[in-house]
Design a protein around this ligand. Sequence first.
Ligand code: NAD
Ligand code: UGA
Length: 452
Amino acid sequence: MKRRILNIACIGAGYVGGPTMAVIADRCPDVSVTVIDLNEARIAAWNSDALPVYEPGLDEVVRRTRGRNLRFIPQREGAAAVAAADAVFISVNTPTKTQGAGAGKASDLSYVEACARYIAEHAKGHTIVIEKSTMPVRAADTIKRILATSPHGGTFDVLSNPEFLAEGTAIRDLEKPDRVLIGGETSAAVEALAEVYAHWVPDPAILRTGLWSAELSKLAANAFLAQRVSSINAISALCEVTGAQVEEVAKVLGSDSRIGPKFLKASVGFGGSCFKKDLLSLVYLCEFYGLTEPAAYWQSVQDLNEWQKRRFAQMAAAHAKKHGGVVAVLGLAFKKNTNDFRESPAIDICNHLLAAGVRLRLQDERVAPEAFRSVLVDEAQSGFSFYPQVEEAVRGAGAILVLTEWDRYAELDWAKLSGLANDSVMIFDGRKVVDQTKAGSSGIKVFAVGQG
Ligand code: NAD
Ligand code: UGA
């Protein structure tokens, strides 16, 4: 039977649920979209002028759609929206489990299970339930089992429609995706969701697969991306000791059409809420199925990342301790153009420096200081403070660390900054954005990742 999706509910108003639903509402004026979240402060922010997520272009999309065919409501008011929905997206967090079987590796599906229970309780008639969150393979089985307990005799299809947007470019990625992936068991449900995306995505870019392939493809895609970063970072260390330049090596690699140029930027390590958790989820799945060597292979991608952060922090700490014991950290977000600092390399590096007895002066373009404060551990009481301006952050610093590639850091006036910092200040550029000619002519030494 052909189905049409005219009413959408989405549970989870986070970095994925908010922007994704805003773009669906924008591109499908005939579809009504309701986004629901337990976090009432977040819902209030989505209904205000200060959206809870910073993404270039997001404000405009929300301004066009909110109050037209897009609304954000707290979960306690969400029952009617789920009852009326033809399709309900689950877009809640799936973090690494902290206790129980698989703790430290497996994905915690408790938030997803709570959503499935909520849908089972409130859905009416036939509902397509869509996994938007990243899930381990066969998570749909768990969701189906919960939905089968629906007290109103509701019927369900479960689809996997993982999201591939990257933060900082979310709106562009959603409006012009490389591909949209829909995994399912019933072609009527798959095609109903495909019809929503067909409002703006060309059909060849809408990939249809089985449920398990869709779930696994998402984990595998993130693991492949993370693996490229760890590969180039492994090469970066070899460049530093041999005199090779990682940018030159990356250019050579990337111009092989079989390799391609993207995701070959050496860095202080990858961050973000997903690469680590998705790699660990994949490792756990391999172990669960007795695949020891594949598990070790994917684990090594994560281990290399930890090593890259650690060696950077150790080098910076050693220099700073010899020259006044103060470090300026420029960049706390895990990449530019986002206010997100989940799993940002800055967290581990700052905590390493604090434990080494170094005092920190922190600056970022978008990250809220009060939020970042909560991830810092300062048992040694080394001390840290936040500054809105780079000029204030670098005062007295013996080392200046650049940990996010914010455009502004490429244009810094090093002649002026050198006068504010310690006389022996050294820059540790973890993103290769610092203008080395200008820094050098101001008498500042620069260590840049992967530079021999
Ligand atoms: P997030 O933490 O920003 O948002 C999740 C939201 O879900 C929160 O606002 C939380 O309050 C809400 N929530 C949790 N349980 C709930 C419940 N039972 N009922 C109602 N609301 C509930 O997370 P995110 O970054 O948007 O990620 C969501 C999922 O998407 C994850 O599985 C992630 O792996 C995946 N993903 C994230 C990105 C990204 O760039 N952040 C990209 C692709 C996929
Ligand atoms: C990543 C994927 O790119 C998305 O496709 C996926 O949907 C998302 O994870 C997810 O599932 O959450 P995101 O983490 O937002 O997106 O950002 P990326 O651009 O992938 O960057 C991840 C990290 O790797 C950042 O810290 C970035 O600075 C780092 N990176 C990236 C490098 O160090 N070098 C590179 O060449 C590329």
